[in-house]
Design a binder for this molecule. Structure first.
Ligand SMILES: C[S@@+](CC[C@H](N)C(=O)[O-])C[C@H]1O[C@@H](n2cnc3c(N)ncnc32)[C@H](O)[C@@H]1O
Length: 276
């Protein structure tokens, strides 16, 4: 849709280069612009602002998602220079700050899948929970308890606020700190289910996840996998999990979550761990 808006100011070839380069989050649009088109960023911004009635701010993403907090640098190219907005998904409202805390609208299918798996009475630890997207959606209609841990104080504060502004059947408890430390100090052996959505570093945190898990609990183990064929990535991620796992693990399922580069996929393996 946003591509069509730009057809009067960019050539067809230039417009092609912007494929999947847009995200609209509330009233903010973020555009990733290839080097060849950076000189046109102002006109791209101005056109998007004029043509998209629901947008108040247009940002150019000037860095990849990076650092411990998985955030990105943004430069305003049109409209208001504010990075906080409200985003709605599946009946929940989220205050997000698109520059100061990780947020991706592209994980909504995975969020819905996880919310559908959580059962009444469950305890879930969301080790890298960000502003609470997965946690709140899981607790929206299920009377579970979710510990949403994040190292980034801005993400933890927004999660706390998000838990307050939504009517939830369950409970979301926001904890600011390193996941390993928080689990060791407060949550050892507490969880029926653990989410590990820091795909670049899952191997490093697997022991901490196991420490937080009850016997027969489930881990959702996210990875980034290279694969020539998309359909091979889930199987490769299962093999990868089994190569780092030292426990009695039963793989329940695996799937592609989203593409993250050419022949590069974010995957998830759901695995049940027996501690006996
Ligand atoms: C890829 S983001 C996922 C956020 C969230 N699950 C979501 O989908 O919106 C990873 C998050 O892990 C947090 N993080 C990084 N290192 C961490 C650590 N050692 N302990 C806890 N959180 C950490 C980052 O601040 C970031 O918010």
């Amino acid at each position: 849709m946003l591509k069509r808006v730009l057809q009067d100011v960019l050539s067809e070839e230039e417009n092609e280069q912007l494929i999947s380069a847009f995200d609209q989050i509330g009233d903010i649009i973020i555009v990733r612009i290839p080097d060849s088109l950076v000189s046109k960023k102002q006109i791209i911004g101005k056109t998007l602002l004029e043509q998209v009635s629901t947008a108040n701010s247009i940002f150019y993403q000037s860095s990849p998602v990076e650092g411990d907090y998985r955030t990105r640098k943004l430069e305003v190219i049109a409209g208001e220079d504010k990075t906080q907005t409200e985003y709605k998904e599946n009946g929940c409202r989220f205050i997000v700050d698109v520059e100061k805390a990780f947020f991706s609208p592209r994980l909504s299918t995975e969020r819905e899948r996880i919310a559908g798996l959580v059962k009444d009475g469950e305890v879930m630890i969301n080790m890298f929970g960000g502003v609470g997207m997965f946690s709140l959606l899981a607790a929206k209609n299920t009377s579970c308890t979710v510990y949403n841990i994040d190292l980034n104080p801005v993400a933890a504060q927004l999660c706390k606020e998000n838990a307050q502004i939504n009517k939830l059947k369950g409970e979301v408890i926001s904890l600011n700190g390193d996941a390993t430390k928080v689990i060791n100090e407060q949550l050892t052996g507490k969880a029926d289910r653990i989410l590990m959505l820091l795909p670049e570093r899952s191997d490093e945190f697997l022991d901490s996840a196991l420490n937080g898990l009850k016997n027969n609990g489930v881990i959702h183990y996210y990875s980034h996998m290279h694969a020539d064929k998309k359909q091979d990535a889930p199987k490769l991620s299962e093999e990868h999990f089994m190569s780092v796992n030292k426990t009695n693990a039963e793989i329940i399922t695996s799937r592609n979550v989203r593409p993250v580069g050419p022949r590069f996929y974010q995957t998830v393996v759901d695995v049940k761990i027996s501690k006996s």
